[in-house]
Design a protein around this ligand. Structure first.
Ligand code: NAD
Ligand code: UD1
Length: 333
């Protein structure tokens, strides 16, 4: 297949591009470099020994998208392009609704003009209404607690409507739990701008001395050690989930939804311990108050993906910690 990967120089997109190339698919990437470095293209090519076609462009720009489809025979799209900072989405909702909704709409409209019907979407565990008990499965109620999350719910809704209106459409929504880790080559990984919001990048910056200590947001949750529990999934497993979904559902029509998670919950302190064991680096931390909006426990029921797609996460938390740290060390060289 010739796959257009939007946002393909970003964290998850770059790993997915590698996974696609390793399965002998062709890859075209469009990215506006809002949150990615240009040299990620060469890194993808170095890992795989294959070349990709890269367009620096914006998915909200119909002319740019039109050109990409006119110049390439695209079979399907994996749509990663979007903004993802929850806190910023609360402060500047317009920015999030504009970019996330507009980019999805523009890509889908352009696809239709070119009779390209298969759209894989980066959704999130955040689409599950917060009052439901983990493990979360795909039949549970949707709802969001911030503008970022609502953009995911709305795009899924739009895909549902398209699947009704257009009998050729194949929409695949992949609901990621908490991606961590990096490619074993150390050439690809997560590189947040500014002070990280998410736990693993924060731990990595404590480990390399950029930040002094980890702030643990609450130890009074109803969890085994009182700290928040999440489903951390290695980004390479996540990338392979995209390839499995595409290869399995490419010929199908309709709307499909899958959790991509491990089914295992890990607490903040367990992740800190796993990181210390995997890397030998000590992570000083202080317990602080809860972060507003956080839930005690969120993890996936990944059974549907295993059953339908033959995919499941196999990499361990320790492997993820070791690879995140190896990538982080490379940044300082
Ligand atoms: P990322 O920021 O590393 O990647 C997104 C990429 O899209 C970046 O390279 C950015 O430059 C590009 N981009 C943004 N807007 C664009 C536009 N209008 N046109 C072209 N390119 C654009 O983020 P990521 O962690 O790789 O996440 C990818 C997708 O997965 C996002 O949609 C995100 O919401 C979703 N997601 C991420 C997580 C996570 O924890 N990382 C969890 C659930 C869902
Ligand atoms: C966050 C996003 C969610 C997104 C997910 C993807 C929020 C509110 N939610 O989820 O929409 O889909 O990332 O990965 O931002 N923690 C600390 N100290 C820190 C950072 C985090 O103790 O410095 C704790 C949190 O309280 C939580 C856990 O670590 O218990 C994981 O936090 P984080 O990595 O931010 O992910 P989520 O909150 O699950």
């Amino acid at each position: 297949m010739n796959v257009l990967v939007t946002g393909g120089l970003g964290y998850i997109g770059s790993h997915t591009a590698v996974a696609l190339l390793e399965r002998n698919h062709d890859v075209v990437v469009v990215d506006n470099l809002y949150n990615a470095d240009r040299d990620v293209k060469e890194r993808i090519e170095k890992i795989t020994g294959k070349s990709i076609k890269f367009y620096e462009g914006d998915c909200v720009d119909p002319e740019a998208m039109e050109r990409i489809f006119a110049e390439n025979d695209i079979d399907c799209v994996i749509h990663f392009a979007g903004y993802k900072a929850v806190g910023e989405s609360v402060r500047i909702p317009t920015k999030y609704y504009r970019n996330n909704l507009d980019s999805a709409l523009t890509v889908l409209e352009t696809m239709k003009n070119h009779n390209c019907n298969v759209f894989v979407f980066s959704s999130s565990a955040t689409v599950y209404r917060a009052d439901q008990k983990s493990p979360l499965n795909e039949t549970m109620e949707l709802g969001a607690s911030n503008p970022y999350g609502w953009t995911k719910v709305m795009i899924e809704r739009f895909m549902e409507d398209l699947a009704v209106a257009d009998e050729d459409f194949c929409g695949i929504s992949l609901r990621y739990f908490n991606p961590i880790g990096a490619h074993e080559s150390t050439l690809l990984g997560e590189k947040p701008v500014g002070i990280p919001n998410n736990l693993m990048p924060y731990i990595c910056q404590v480990a390399d001395g950029t930040l002094e200590y980890l702030h643990v947001f609450g130890d009074d949750y109803d969890t085994p050690d009182g700290t928040g529990v999440r489903d951390y999934i290695h980004v390479v497993d996540l990338a392979l989930g995209h390839v499995a979904a595409l290869e399995k559902l490419y010929e199908q029509k309709g709307m499909f939804k899958y959790n991509l998670g491990t089914g295992r919950g890990t607490s903040v302190l367990e992740l800190v311990n796993a990181f210390q064991e995997a890397t030998g680096v000590e992570i000083p931390y202080q317990i602080e108050g809860r972060r507003p909006g956080d839930l005690a426990t969120v993890y996936a029921d990944p059974a549907k993906a295993e059953q339908d797609l033959g995919w499941k996460a196999t990499r361990t938390i320790k492997e993820a910690c070791a690879s995140s740290w190896a990538f982080q060390q490379g940044l300082k060289k």
